[in-house]
Design a protein around this ligand. Structure first.
Ligand code: NAD
Ligand code: 2HG
Length: 467
């Protein structure tokens, strides 16, 4: 069994907070501007901002150029925000993560068990993207670290990129453009096609796949899709029963599955064999989904007439001249192929998507830090509860993340029984459970006792008390 974590919070530790002589209602106030106080007085039942400690004690590390919208929301809370444009190699990441309560990343930063083991103060991870495969979600949950992402704010951007790529491949636009850049006029129509009437095969009919389905039909394409789940077809799209059935019928195959052990090399030699001669492959999902040496072989043989790759098994941590054989051993071979579009993982990289993701994830982080609400978390139970209000100055919110074993609720309620529990909610996900309870009329000493008693339970992973 994993030992419970001790969160070390500079002055934010509840024990330290307990030593403050201020009343909880003074201590919890996040914004001390007179306008805030005036409006709070005018609306006594406005939601109360809960804080476990002074906001400026919350340290946040944002990597990978997280959008300014997200930074601004976090800074407005008074948190200490450190911002870096790139991701960090493991040794530097470990050094930095030791100190922070929150980390914000995109797809490049690998938060493995090895890294998270050092993150003694970490409460929450924000993935400012869709994919969460870069985080060891299970390790995080087992240690009471919630993980949030943005499940669909960049879906439209990816779908639009794929539409552009379908036409670009069908018309060999990349090659023609490269030739013109080299001064060569090469006017050809051989093996250049309209996309109207062609069949698009979508593998993975989730947020992106289904959005793409709509756009492709509007362009006159026939859409078929394969998914491990039976899903409602949009428009006149048709679900096919197997991946092979899709590969045999599609003129364009596009991949929109997550990175999982099952999707590793989902498209390899056997699948290229099944594809129609002269068909096209697009991968804007994850680099591990396509066996690249097999793709190179299929393109050289003419089986595959073109490909667009936005994602790669190894991607550099920063922008620069890194797309070489040092990064991926087949890099040069790939670059030497005709009619192949290579892009640096920009499927979701539009102003619209990045701004929306910044807001969505930063707001989820603030809700979690300030109120303990886990709605939208991908690895811990989703729990929400009506906010405490300014009419309830001496209430405290108890959050107890624990192992989902028999008898815990009885023990927790024995501890809380001395107080009036206003409201309480509990839910579990696998072997992790999340309990939230609002207790009324508690004094600083009561808060310390509740925390000490909960901490002493063997089921405890993490206790937080917000007030
Ligand atoms: N290139 C980019 O910038 C970019 C941007 C966003 C997302 N992505 C990637 O795209 C992936 C898909 O995104 P989404 O939002 O559509 O995800 P989603 O979860 O909404 O949909 C994924 C679909 O794939 C299906 N699926 C899972 N395993 C499968 C398998 N083995 N075979 C067939 N179907 C399978 C699921 O049932 C689901 O319907 C993400 O996981 C992410 O890795 C890339
Ligand atoms: O912005 C990124 O780094 C990742 C984009 C995309 O792959 C996602 O998972 O949302």
């Amino acid at each position: 069994m994993t030992p419970p974590r001790e969160i070390v919070q500079p002055t934010g530790d509840i024990t330290a907070a307990h030593q403050f002589s201020v009343s909880p209602s003074t201590f919890q106030s996040p914004i001390s501007s007179s306008s805030f106080m005036a409006s709070a007085l005018a609306h006594r039942s406005a939601p109360k901002q809960l804080k476990p400690f002074n906001t400026e004690d919350i340290k946040i590390l944002l990597l990978e150029n997280v959008n300014k919208t997200g930074q601004d929301i976090l800074k407005a809370q008074g948190y200490q925000v450190e911002f870096l444009k790139t991701s960090l190699p493991e040794d530097q990441l470990i050094e930095k993560i030791r100190d922070v309560h929150v980390i914000g990343i995109r797809s490049k930063t690998k938060l493995t068990a090895n890294v998270l083991r050092e993150a003694k103060n970490l409460l929450v991870i924000g993935c400012f993207c869709i994919g969460t495969n870069q985080v060891d979600l299970d390790y995080a949950a087992q240690h009471g670290i919630a993980v949030f992402n943005s499940p669909f704010a960049n879906s439209r951007s990816v779908a639009e990129l794929v539409i552009a790529e379908i036409i670009t491949l069908a018309r060999q636009l990349g090659d023609r453009s490269n030739e013109m850049h080299r001064g060569t006029w090469n006017k050809v129509s051989n093996k250049c096609w309209e996309i109207r009437g062609k069949t698009l095969g979508i593998v993975g009919y989730g947020h992106i796949g289904s959005q793409l389905s709509v756009l492709a039909e509007a362009m006159g394409m026939t859409v078929i899709y394969y998914d491990v789940v039976t899903l409602m077809a949009i428009g006149t799209a048709r679900q096919v029963p197997t991946l092979d059935a899709l590969l045999e019928e599609a003129d364009f195959v596009t991949l929109h599955v997550p990175e999982t052990p099952e999707t590793k090399n989902l498209i390899s030699n056997a699948q290229f064999e099944k594809m129609k001669t002269g068909s096209y492959l697009i991968n804007a999902s994850r680099g591990t989904v396509v066996d690249i040496p097999a793709l190179i072989k299929a393109m050289r043989s003419g089986k595959v007439a073109g490909a667009a790759l936005d994602v790669f098994p190894n991607e550099p941590a920063a922008n620069g001249d890194y797309f070489t054989n040092d990064l991926n051993q087949w890099g040069e071979d790939l670059r030497g192929l005709n009619n192949i579009i290579l892009t640096p993982h920009i499927g979701g990289s539009t102003e619209e998507a990045q701004r929306a993701i910044g807001v969505e994830v930063a707001e989820a982080l603030v809700r979690y830090i300030n109120q303990g609400v886990t709605t939208g978390s991908v690895n811990v139970p989703e729990v929400t509860m009506r906010s405490l209000t300014l009419d309830e100055p001496n209430h405290a919110r108890v959050i107890y993340i624990h192992r989902n074993v028999p008898g815990v609720l009885r023990k927790v309620n024995e501890i809380l029984a001395e107080h009036n529990v206003d409201k309480q909610i509990s839910d579990s996900k696998g072997d992790i459970a999340y309990l939230m309870a609002d207790v009324s009329e508690v004094k600083q000493d009561d808060i310390k006792n509740i925390r000490d008693n909960l901490d002493s339970l063997s089921s405890r992973i993490l206790t937080r008390i917000l007030y």
